[in-house]
Design a protein around this ligand. Structure first.
Ligand code: SF4
Length: 156
């Protein structure tokens, strides 16, 4: 639950991933049994490791975490697509949440990044979303904004 370590993406991390604030008091911030050191443990919770034994160790940490239920709510609300949260990998969460939630997350990422001045090719580079999908999201948003502006400016 810490920011990504890739320096080229650090400043974009809040736009790329979480929407909302993770709960305080998380057990994954301290070294737990089943991990050789805190660096490896952090990599697992960052979603960078797929070793089944380490993922089981992470699940065990979450099971006894005092903020598990808050973390689960955060995982659902944030639509985070990278980190290990509340006993689930991002892939497990995404397959349970379905396409609608993933599309909602993508549109939120695109919207936040565009508002921050990030270009469409850069959004594609950092997020991995196809350019055409991002362009469609931007066009849809532009149309929705135009309708909204027209509706509020018309005399009542
Ligand atoms: S439930 Fe797991 S991922 Fe969430 S804060 Fe606790 S230890 Fe970290």
């Amino acid at each position: 639950m810490t920011p990504a370590t890739n320096p080229t993406q650090d400043h974009l991390y809040p736009l790329l991933t979480a929407i909302g604030t993770p709960p305080a008091g998380q057990k994954c911030g301290r070294l737990a049994s089943g991990f050789p050191d805190l660096t490896v443990q952090q990599a697992v919770f960052d979603g960078d490791v797929e070793d089944p034994r380490l993922l089981d160790a992470a699940r065990a940490v979450c099971t006894s975490c005092p903020v598990l239920s808050d973390c689960r709510l955060y995982a659902e609300a944030s639509l985070d697509q990278t980190t290990f949260l509340a006993g689930e990998t991002a892939t497990e969460r995404a397959s349970r949440q379905g396409r609608t939630a993933r599309a909602r997350h993508r549109r939120q990422v695109v919207r936040s990044m565009r508002a921050a001045g990030v270009t469409i090719p850069e959004i594609s580079f950092y997020s991995g979303y196809p350019m055409r999908t991002i362009e469609a999201d931007v066009a849809q948003r532009t149309r929705a904004d135009a309708v909204s502006t027209r509706d509020t400016s018309e005399p009542q």
